[in-house]
Design a protein around this ligand. Structure first.
Ligand SMILES: *Cc1c(COP(=O)(O)O)cnc(C)c1O
Length: 381
């Protein structure tokens, strides 16, 4: 102890020095800022950040420093967080179902952009939000595959309803816009094409020229060694299709990525608690901790294993059943993971691409989940 160092070169240096027994998430601000610049340089419109994916203060401060000027918030808590950390940024309140006290709060905090997907929720907004200079984006959904997880199951109006809502928004004097979310970790750019073309049809049927089209989040981060996200291809497609579909009425474009901005900026180190009778591997983190998403949207195979001394294990791998630390039998990672055959108690399993939906979904179930954070210059071991 007695170390004053607060920024480490990489995870290996930290693990070697600290020998942590709790799970550690390593944050590389340089990677977060590079992701932000990649979007700002490549996306043909305004880039906003979906706060829910990782609301850590360091995350938001680094995105703001890199030039992110808009934030997709879902709750008064997130609105407060952004007002405090990025006071001049635009807030888009894009949770389409809100209690009246939440709407009142947003109005009081000067929020000027809301999404909606139902008549009843639009009626609340019309009643409570001053129309003047305020945007309402109608969120619609299509039966489109391509994402790891279907967001349309909860939110989004059908195209027919979206036409009516868009007309009602314009008639009530709000700035009319459209929005969609193709589903998270969407590796198929064609999903955006379907949605953008349908948005043009909805606007045309409603007889409304929309101010903006928000093409959602859903941009993938790097989870599988074999699938490296090519988001520039998606940006180019979005740009081309927006012009083809809308022509002279092309709206301004907005995107609201979550995982694509924060995902690759974090790596996790989980420690091996036991290799039970030389078969099952027990870790100090699992599906009630930062690995919550793995059973839902699939494994991350960007993994490496270090010995307790920080030496990479490079020998042959063997598929293993891997359990988290709680006593719940659900606390098991999906399938079998290819881990070094000589993995041993005290080793660290490192997962890359762990920044999204991990810090926020970590629980203290069974007394575990005492997550540590460390800042590093880079994430390469
Ligand atoms: C969660 C969410 C996002 C971010 O989704 P990612 O798949 O993480 O990019 C964007 N917009 C809305 C409305 C969301 O609910």
């Amino acid at each position: 102890m007695g170390l004053s160092k607060t920024i480490w070169t990489n995870p290996t240096e930290y693990l070697r020095n600290q020998q942590p027994d709790n799970p550690v998430l390593f944050f590389a601000p340089s990677v977060a800022q590079a992701a932000a610049r990649r979007f700002i340089d490549g996306f043909p419109g305004m880039v906003t950040y979906a706060v829910k994916s990782n609301p850590g203060e360091a995350m938001i401060e680094n995105l703001a420093a890199a030039g992110i000027r808009g934030y997709d918030c879902a709750s008064p808590f997130e609105i407060d967080l952004i007002r405090r950390l990025a006071p001049d940024a635009a807030i888009h309140y894009n949770n389409p179902v809100r209690a009246r006290h939440e709407i009142a709060y947003a109005v009081e905090r000067g929020v000027k952009s809301y999404s909606v997907d139902s008549k009843s929720e639009l009626a609340k907004l019309i009643e409570m939000v001053p129309a003047d200079g305020t945007e309402i984006s109608v969120r619609f959904k299509l039966p489109v595959a391509g994402a790891a997880y279907n967001f349309g199951a909860k939110f989004g109006a059908t195209s027919e309803l979206a036409v009516e809502l868009l007309r009602d928004v314009a008639a009530a004097g709000f700035i009319p816009s459209l929005t969609f979310h193709p589903g998270t970790q969407c590796t198929d750019p064609a999903a955006w094409e379907f949605y953008i073309r349908e948005a043009a049809v909805i606007a045309q049927k409603a007889g409304v020229t929309i101010a903006r089209l928000n093409v959602g989040g859903g941009f993938p981060n790097h989870r599988l060694n074999a699938v490296v996200p090519q988001i520039e291809t998606t940006f180019q497609l979005i740009d081309r299709v927006a012009t083809e579909a809308f022509g002279a009425d092309r709206p301004l474009l907005v995107c609201e990525p979550g995982r694509a901005l924060c995902g690759d900026a974090f790596s996790l180190a989980a420690r091996v608690k036991a290799v039970r009778d030389e078969t099952h591997v027990f870790l100090n983190d699992g599906v009630y901790g930062t690995l919550t998403e793995l059973p839902m949207i699939g494994v991350i195979d960007r993994m490496e294993v270090l010995t307790a001394d920080g030496v990479k294990r490079t020998g042959p791998v063997q598929p293993r059943i891997v359990f988290g630390p709680t006593c719940d039998s659900v606390d098991r990672l999906p399938g079998e993971l290819p881990l070094p055959a000589d993995i041993a108690e005290g080793d660290y399993v490192i997962w890359h691409g762990m920044g999204s939906y991990s810090t926020v979904t970590n629980t203290r179930f069974n007394g575990f989940g005492d997550l540590q954070m460390a800042t590093v210059l880079g994430l390469k071991l």
